[in-house]
Design a protein around this ligand. Structure first.
Ligand code: BES
Ligand code: MN
Ligand code: ZN
Length: 500
């Protein structure tokens, strides 16, 4: 799918449909919608008068031009109330519009930049949101399905900007938005891929292929290297699997004065191990590498958008399987940092592999560390499928994460790591144990991770509640969400411009 920018008049576009818009309650359309209305001899105003188009959020009105314009169809997108209009609404609107056009069998379309005219929002931000929303909204994971013969794809969308002085800003926005939307879809592709088609080896190969495409340094380490490093926790999770584990490192050198580290949980399938999960819903555990997918895809976008900051990414990748050699409840494992963990429940494997992921990242001496993981079911009990959970050791870094998430239109909220919770992960036989019971499950998981971070500012993001959706709504489609790719990319820019 191609998104282009053109300077000119939307009404003169020879495409399958042109898209204009209307705020709720407007009776006499102005701006570009007004111009198209005029070219149609008042057809839009007449439909409004007859009650066929009220500008309600999420509604579309299709008007046939019957030869009055080069395009056969005009789509009037409802924007809702003008006072509530935001860039996030523009992004979701673009996603809904793109699907509406595809449903109506349009291969080519042109749109005005929603929000940038009467809406009064920043044209570049709106253009970016339209590109992101269009790409995210059209996404579907169908590579393992026989193509339907009469399926139509929206192949081309042009943003048509009348005002020459704004065309440059719109172009910038579209370029950035396309990179971000593609990165989200790349993360979705990785996370949606079933466990048999995306083993740790496959994940490493996909990361490597992307890295050579965008010019990132990539290293993939094998089991003997993990043994040399003393990554006993990662190896203990891999022990039950026939698939070799991989440790994936990507490096971006953007210059500037600071260095950001990303660590992503790369469990390509989580059966739970010997503490095996119930059968119902276990298929979703093919997405237990969503944290890894997000950091890998974010690195790709960072390489293309070039913030002035260095970024290092580490992904420990393995399956979590039961097997003759699998780790057993009660086993004690020694992590890379030398600290020991008693494995009470082999299904709490994410924190085990991340302890070595964070241990490795510590050696790179970054100025800030973000880890991203589908770590605990408990985070959905706390925050539902609306927000990611965050915990960390630095209010200043958390504030930057908040700012980045707000810019991305993603949600993240902090939980406390009070000292009192620490007793829950005390072990009789090791330095700590890997589960702290049902209460405050997301917090005790984060507190184990904290043991593997020195005083480097660090924020842990638990995305287990928002990794997969079974609904289509705005930029959300069925399957992997691609969250928090955009937050991570924005964060690289926030930290480049405003280090702690
Ligand atoms: N991968 C799961 C967490 C998860 C749950 C992700 C639901 C996405 C959706 C994680 O490895 C896990 O199994 N966590 C356990 C921890 C428990 C054994 C302490 C959990 O949350 O039940
Ligand atoms: Mn698990
Ligand atoms: Zn897991």
């Amino acid at each position: 799918m191609e998104i282009r920018v053109e300077q000119g008049d939307i009404a003169s576009q020879a495409v399958d449909a042109i898209v204009v818009n209307l705020f709720e309650g407007v009776e006499a359309p102005g701006g570009a919608t007004g111009a198209v209305d005029k070219a149609l001899d008042g057809a839009i105003s007449q439909v409004i008068k007859e009650g066929g188009c009220r500008g309600k959020d999420g509604t579309f009105t299709l008007i046939h031009t019957l030869g009055k314009l080069p395009t056969p169809r005009v789509v009037v997108a409802g924007l809702g109330k003008q006072d509530d209009f935001t860039v996030d609404k523009v992004r979701n609107l673009a996603a809904n519009t793109a699907r509406y056009l595809r449903r109506n069998r349009c291969k080519t379309a042109a749109t005005i930049t929603h929000g940038a005219g009467i809406g009064g929002l920043d044209p570049q931000a709106c253009a970016q949101a339209i590109a992101e929303g269009t790409l995210m909204g059209l996404y579907r994971f169908d590579r393992h399905k026989k193509p339907k013969e009469d399926d139509v794809e929206l192949e081309q969308l042009s943003l048509v900007e009348f005002d020459a002085t704004r065309a440059e800003a719109v172009r910038h926005g579209v370029d950035r938005g396309a990179v971000l939307g593609e990165a989200v879809n790349f993360a979705r592709d990785l996370a949606n891929e079933p466990g048999n088609k995306l083993t740790p080896t496959d994940l490493a190969e996909r990361a490597q292929a992307m890295a050579s495409e965008v010019g990132l340094e990539c290293e993939v380490f094998d089991q003997p290297w993990m043994e040399e490093q003393g990554m006993g926790a990662l190896l203990s999770v891999a022990a039950g699997s026939q698939q070799p584990p991989k440790f994936i490192v990507l490096r971006y050198k953007g210059g500037g004065s600071s260095h950001l580290g990303f660590v992503g949980k790369g469990i390509t399938f989580d059966t739970g191990g010997i503490s095996i999960k119930p059968a119902a819903g276990m298929e979703h555990m093919k997405g237990d590498m969503s944290g890894a997918a997000a950091v890998i895809a974010a690195m790709g976008a960072i390489a293309r958008l070039k913030p002035e900051i260095d970024v290092t990414m580490a992904v420990p990748a393995t399956e979590n399987m039961p097997g003759g050699n699998a780790t057993k409840p009660g086993d004690v494992v020694t992590t890379m940092t030398g600290k020991t963990i008693e494995v009470i429940n082999t299904d709490a494997e994410g924190r085990l592999i991340l302890s070595d992921g964070l241990g490795y990242m510590g050696q790179s001496k970054p100025d800030f560390i973000i880890d991203v993981a589908t770590l605990t079911g408990a985070i959905s009990i706390a925050l539902g499928d609306v927000a990611m959970g965050a915990m960390g050791n630095s209010d200043a870094l958390y504030e930057r994460v908040q700012r980045a998430a707000a810019a991305a239109g993603e949600k993240v909220w902090q939980l406390p790591m009070y000292d009192e919770y620490k007793d829950q992960i005390k072990s009789e036989v090791a330095d700590m144990k890997n589960t702290g019971g049902r209460n405050a499950g997301s917090i005790t998981a984060a507190m184990l991770l904290r043991e593997f971070v020195d005083d480097t500012p660090w924020v842990h993001i638990d995305m287990a509640g928002v990794d997969i959706y079974d609904k289509v709504k705005g930029t959300t489609v069925k399957g992997a969400s691609g969250i928090p790719v955009r937050t991570l990319v924005h964060l690289a820019f926030v930290l480049a411009n405003d280090p702690l």
